[in-house]
Design a binder for this molecule. Sequence first.
Ligand code: GRF
Length: 192
Amino acid sequence: MRIVVLVSGTGSNLQAVLDAVAEGTLDVDIAAVGADRPGTLGVQRAAEAGYPTFVVNFRDYAVRSEWNAALTEKVASYSPDIVLSSGFMRIVDEHFINTFEGRYLNTHPALLPSFPGAHGVRDALAYGVKVTGCTVHIADAGVDTGPILAQAAVEVLEDDTEESLHERIKVQERRLLIETLDRISTRGLPAL
Ligand code: GRF
């Protein structure tokens, strides 16, 4: 199973996938890792592990649709079976979604459909929920919407900050991501 991973930031979830592949606990072929901006630690981690990397810089395009088209073309050039958004903080358009329909996965640090968007951890904490978690799902054209593949719950502690809660969520997120990729690589995507 060929995967292209998209990142915008530190890529600690990506690192867990890279480690699982290196250790032989996850049997997938990482075709490339790409970002929407230069200088991400995520791309650096992938390059250090010896994988092809690319940047389709959002700021290089005057029109959003042109960036989307360039990103779609770049990702497609690696012929992925699965495209994984792992902390990729950009909304992609219908052209991208249609090109990778049913094969674009996202991981989100909340129990969707609760708390979608860029601040899922902060929003859950502000609401005062006692349990939150993470979700791996097939992404559609909405913001953190689409069929859910797996979820894990994380208890919110009384003295949690956004950072401490996000760190505990990420521990579960990494496990869930690797389990989900493993399941897809051995059994395929579930029929929807
Ligand atoms: C993850 O919690 C992801 O779900 C969210 O941002 C975080 C990315 O962290 N969208 P990292 O870049 O993998 O460290």
